[in-house]
Design a protein around this ligand. Structure first.
Ligand code: HEM
Length: 202
């Protein structure tokens, strides 16, 4: 079982363990986006965002987390490796994605862990979508506070609403796939284990 042998080292330079910055940023991103999704979509449905002050406060903290995430991805060596997993634009990366898609069609889940492939690409798309939606939220927030004027509020609100729907669908897909992996006993919850970050060399 993969749980016993760990993920194959050939998958990535990081072995089977995500680096600490990736883990902590992931936790904050998941928590922040989830809170914004629930409060934002409830606001759309009911006409009034519950905990609106918290929506804008958590929203601004989420902007900071997203900024730190991109900073780490571009400015640190480990981050740049992860960037290639999120956006596998190389030939070998694209081959890994295609291989994962083929295997998925035969009901075989892609290997989790730090590697290029379908799960990484889906995370990349999620991060891009969250960045776009959160940026629209911040621009709207700035408009309400008079930081700038003349921006199309209606369009920004539509980007937020439909962007939130796209994020919610990805969120459901994400949790669904994660649950399937967990069902077959793969140790992918380790992304949430902030204590154990050194890679196992066994
Ligand atoms: C992934 C992140 C986010 C999601 C999913 C999200 C979701 C939403 C949704 C669905 C709405 C529309 C609610 C409605 O129709 O009444 C909304 C409105 C809003 N959001 Fe967010 N949001 C996010 C990030 C942010 C950020 C970063 C800020 C600001 C710092 C922010 C501030 C606002 C404001 C000011 C509104 C307008 C409320 C109104 O119409 O009165 N949001 N958000």
């Amino acid at each position: 079982m993969k749980e016993e042998i760990g993920f194959p080292d050939t998958h990535s330079k990081m072995g089977n363990e995500w680096p600490f910055p990736a883990k902590i940023l992931h936790v904050f991103l998941v928590a922040g986006v989830t809170f914004q999704l629930i409060t934002g979509l409830m606001g759309w449905c009911t006409g009034r965002i519950p905990f609106f002050t918290w929506h804008t406060l958590v929203g601004r903290m989420l902007i900071l987390v997203i900024f730190l995430q991109w900073l780490w991805l571009f400015c640190f060596a480990q981050g740049r490796s992860v960037l290639m997993y999120l956006f596998p634009v190389s030939l070998s990366g694209l081959k890994s994605v295609l291989q994962d898609v083929k295997e998925l069609m035969h009901y075989k889940l892609a290997d989790p862990g730090p590697r290029a492939g379908l799960p990484g690409l889906m995370h990349g798309i999620f991060l891009l979508s969250a960045t776009l939606v959160a940026a629209a939220g911040l621009v709207l927030f700035g408009t309400f506070h008079g930081w700038w004027t003349g921006l199309p509020i209606g369009l920004l609100l539509q980007i937020l609403r439909w962007g939130a729907v796209a994020l919610a669908l990805q969120w459901i897909g994400h949790v669904g796939m994660a649950s399937l992996h967990a069902l077959i006993g793969e140790p992918l919850w380790r992304i949430f284990n902030l204590i154990h970050c050194r890679q196992k060399k066994s």
